[in-house]
Write a protein that binds this ligand. Structure first.
Ligand SMILES: Cc1ncc(COP(=O)(O)O)c(C=O)c1O
Length: 367
């Protein structure tokens, strides 16, 4: 039986072998591995791509969240500061908040987008709430206009976790354009992924960017002179050189993701028990997540036909011991969704005939 993999990174890296090898070679020949010209050039190119004043390359997307929160000054350890976020995201979102010394407080998601529901934010605000951290989950833009409006009125900082949303837009604006910052992960499976770990903070405020730059380098403005308690969290030259090669292809990859999503939308539209994701023209389809009341049976059926699927995410964060705070309310929309969501294969190198196989298997399941 022919297998349809959820993701095939070998296919991806093999197609890039020559260009990325040349980039790696360039770095080795130069012999400068940390905070050199590749990182500086990538930061400029990534900021330009995001339509922002600047970018700060860091070690990963989790640190990007932590350092952005710290650089914002909104949260500090030991004060009981709270940050509102979604329960349906990678645990790293909440870990990034914890690492900044704050406490994540989870707000329910919107039924349609599965992103933070702006209508539920105000009820979760307490005197300790300092920031809101929406996630553009699956590459679907969160409701930034409403979130920013509430945050401005209630004097809260907004930082967007755009780890799954490279190139997505929110109401015509780039992620982070109307809030303090957007944070990115370049984990290898992301829409723009390194061949290792990487992350970035993107923003328009020059002072904030400068603070983030100091924090990512142990808190040093000048070498060896510690100013604040930062982290050691740097994007390295090899990853930056690889990301520069890959950035040139991101628009074409996003176009292919949208093309594949359009095939799913067309082929799966008449299956009444299957709920398709929001067909938002600004989404970048990091993942294509459907809902089905018999998710586990559907998943087993597809596996038996060689189609690999995943669940993003099988556990909600507000139900996990590490993150659950006293007084955390139940979140019914997320709690229903978590048993129904299923991520189908979607990545730029997925072939047309493979997506046809996935669609045919789902149609067969639905009889
Ligand atoms: C939504 C989200 N936030 C944060 C992260 C953390 O990124 P990283 O793995 O680069 O630390 C990830 C990826 O793992 C993610 O998907």
């Amino acid at each position: 039986m022919k297998k349809t993999a959820f993701l095939n990174l070998t296919r991806h890296s093999n197609r890039l072998l020559e260009e990325t090898s040349a980039a790696v070679r360039r770095v080795l020949e130069r012999g400068h591995f940390i905070l050199g010209e590749e990182v500086a050039a990538f930061e400029t190119e990534w900021a330009r791509y995001c339509g922002a004043r600047g970018a700060v390359g860091v070690a990963n997307g989790t640190d990007a969240i932590t350092l952005a929160l710290t650089a914002s000054g909104a949260v500090a350890p030991g004060r009981g500061d709270e940050v509102l976020t979604t329960p349906l995201t990678a645990g790293y979102t909440a870990l990034g908040i914890l690492n900044a010394g704050a406490r994540p407080v989870f707000v329910d998601v919107d039924e349609r987008s599965l992103n933070l529901d702006p209508e539920k934010i105000e009820a979760a605000i307490t005197p300790r709430t300092r920031a809101v951290l929406p996630v553009h989950l699956y590459g679907q833009p969160a409701a930034m206009e409403k979130i920013n409006e509430i945050a401005a009125r209630r004097d809260l900082t907004v930082i967007e976790d755009a780890a799954q949303a490279h190139g997505a837009r929110c109401g015509g604006k780039a992620c982070g354009a109307a809030s303090l910052a957007a944070t990115y992960s370049f984990y290898p499976t992301k829409n723009l992924g390194a061949f290792g770990d990487g992350g970035a903070i993107v923003a328009n405020d020059a002072d904030f960017l400068e603070r983030a730059r100091i924090l990512r380098q142990g808190g040093h403005r000048e070498a060896f002179e510690a100013e604040v308690a930062g982290r050691n969290s740097r994007l390295d030259e090899l990853q930056a050189a690889i990301l520069r090669v890959k950035l040139q292809k991101l628009d074409a990859w996003t176009a292919r993701r949208r093309e594949l999503a359009a095939i799913y939308f067309e082929k799966l539209k008449n299956l009444p028990r299957l709920t398709l994701p929001a067909n938002d023209p600004e989404a970048v389809f990091h993942l294509f997540v459907v809902r089905h009341p018999e998710r586990d049976r559907l998943r087993d059926f597809l596996a038996a036909r060689g189609v690999e699927t995943l669940v993003h995410y099988p556990y909600l964060l507000h139900e996990q011991k590490l993150f659950r705070g006293a007084g955390q309310k139940s979140l019914p929309v997320a709690e229903k969704a978590v048993g129904e969501i299923l991520s189908l294969p979607l990545y730029p190198e997925l072939e047309d005939e493979e997506i046809e196989t996935v669609c045919a298997a789902i149609a067969e399941f639905e009889g």
